[in-house]
Design a protein around this ligand. Structure first.
Ligand SMILES: Cc1cc2nc3c(=O)[nH]c(=O)nc-3n(C[C@H](O)[C@H](O)[C@H](O)COP(=O)(O)OP(=O)(O)OC[C@H]3O[C@@H](n4cnc5c(N)ncnc54)[C@H](O)[C@@H]3O)c2cc1C
Length: 436
């Protein structure tokens, strides 16, 4: 575990998986639906439409799967931000919190069903998730919220672990830094690169037109409601357009760009560590997140005995600098990592709407969605397809929740990164936790 350290700057999840070899396809002149962006939301919309025999053209400025879908931590979320505290009957944009909790669960279940229905091999494991409370009061808030859910629904799929029992879940210095935790024993994690690759392969097999290196440049809507989409590879006309560009939405996506802040996140994968060390640090091998604003988020890898670590967001330093910064931060929690090297460090853009809530909508005839979690991206992609198909189950609770512009964001994220970092660190200094 010593010696020269050369960082691999590609996502670990791409190894032996991505990018896939895609048949060379020139942009058709017309199609029924153009989907812009081949991440989970775009792939999911395309799959649903193809299943119903609709002609789809999927355009992707890089290669399918190159975005956040294959760069994330692979923790399958069932939580919608802002729903885990306060009264369950309280309203978020007119929707009861408790109903939003159930909608988050539907997105989660959609992913598990999709994986099972399509018989996708992607390292899906039900090892659970650990949410570490950074303060005593946030521990109590989470515990109260669990009680409320239990009163309302009769069941609750989680339990609290007090500080003195944290050692059963996490080693290192966790007792020093955290005041207890919530365990979601049935939460899943997966290998997001494999899931992406398998979805792209299903689309190739179904004969979907996929155009890589094809970038949306502008769109024009005609009087009859159809669109002409201009790309760097030529023009295409379509009856429907879906913007599935998420945290990579540029000026060409018009109204959407200002609604989604691209939160820059770096991830480190360590070299494989001895299994005894892994089970000392993470005895239950669960995915972990804490309640800091500048949060820790980590998990064991699905295949080899590596740790996958994220933190120190909104930094534009190179991957090597970031990898040192992240590893050093985790060494405070786990001094046992002193001699463990980082082997991979990559970055991606998490799609952050202004209110942190997922959104779906149609603006000027253009379908879009925006969401910081991949389960919701897959779910909302399928809902957009169902809207186009006018299916009976097209509606979602999120339909009537307007997506506002991200405050003060006009398309240049790096201007905001220093201020956001200061804000996050300030809130952490004041111990104002983000209840998760
Ligand atoms: C480091 C990190 C860790 C994360 N961890 C988790 C996690 O554990 N659990 C979780 O639920 N979520 C997690 N997320 C969030 C989640 O991955 C994303 O919110 C989600 O994947 C985004 O949706 P998507 O997959 O549809 O979009 P993406 O995969 O981001 O795809 C968008 C695509 O649009 C393309 N595009 C953009 N503009 C154009 C254009 N003009 N023309 C053509 N194509 C274009 C881009 O190239 C890109 O491929 C994480 C994100 C990051 C970055």
């Amino acid at each position: 575990m010593t010696g020269m350290n050369k960082i691999n700057e590609q996502s670990l999840w791409w190894d032996n998986t991505l990018p896939l070899s895609i048949p060379d396809t020139s942009l058709p002149q017309n199609t029924n639906v153009v989907i812009v962006g081949a991440g989970f939301s775009g792939l999911s919309a395309a799959m649903e439409l193809r299943r119903c025999g609709v002609e789809v053209t999927l355009i992707e400025k890089e290669w399918p799967g190159n975005g956040a879908c294959s760069r994330n931590l692979g923790l399958v979320m069932d939580r919608i931000d802002g729903t885990t505290t306060g009264e369950l009957d309280g309203l978020v944009h007119g929707v009861k919190k408790y109903e939003l909790i159930k909608e988050g669960r539907r997105a989660h279940d959609y992913v598990i069903e999709l994986i099972k229905r399509e018989n996708i091999s992607c390292g899906l494991r039900q090892r659970g998730k650990l949410i570490l409370a950074t303060t005593k009061s946030v521990y109590e808030t989470i515990a109260t919220s669990l009680e409320r859910i239990k009163e309302k629904s009769g069941v609750v799929d989680a339990y609290m672990v007090p500080k003195q029992e944290l050692y059963k879940e996490i080693g290192g210095q966790a007792n020093k830094f955290y005041c207890g935790a919530k365990v979601e024993p049935n939460a899943y994690d997966l290998n997001p690169g494999q899931l992406t690759g398998e979805l792209v392969q299903r689309l190739i097999d179904s004969g979907t037109t996929i155009c890589s290196s094809t970038q949306l440049e502008s769109m024009q809507r005609h009087a009859n409601g159809s669109f002409t989409i201009s790309t760097n590879q030529g023009n295409i006309t379509a009856e429907h357009v879906v913007l599935a560009t998420q945290g990579y939405s540029g000026a060409e996506t018009g109204f959407l760009q200002k609604k989604i802040f691209p939160l820059l996140a770096h991830v480190v994968a360590t070299e494989p560590i001895p299994e005894e060390l892994m089970s000392e640090l993470l005895p239950t091998l669960r995915g972990v997140v804490d309640t800091k604003q500048m949060f820790y988020n980590f998990r064991p890898c699905d295949k080899e005995s590596r740790l996958i670590l994220a933190s120190h967001y909104c930094r534009t330093d190179d991957n090597s600098t970031q990898s040192n910064r992240i590893l050093n931060a985790y060494r405070k929690l786990f001094p046992e990592l002193a001699k463990v090297k980082a082997e991979y460090c990559w970055h991606g853009n998490l799609a952050l709407p202004g209110d942190h809530l997922p959104h779906i909508g149609i603006r000027d005839g253009v379908h879009f969605c925006a969401t910081p979690s991949f389960s919701m991206a897959l779910y909302l992609g399928s809902k957009i397809a169902k809207r186009i198909l006018k299916a009976d189950d097209a509606s979602t609770l999120l339909d009537n929740m307007p997506a506002k512009d991200f405050p003060f964001y006009s398309g240049n994220p790096s201007l905001h990164y220093p201020a956001l970092r200061m804000l996050f660190h300030g809130l952490d200094y004041l111990k104002i936790a983000a209840p998760r």
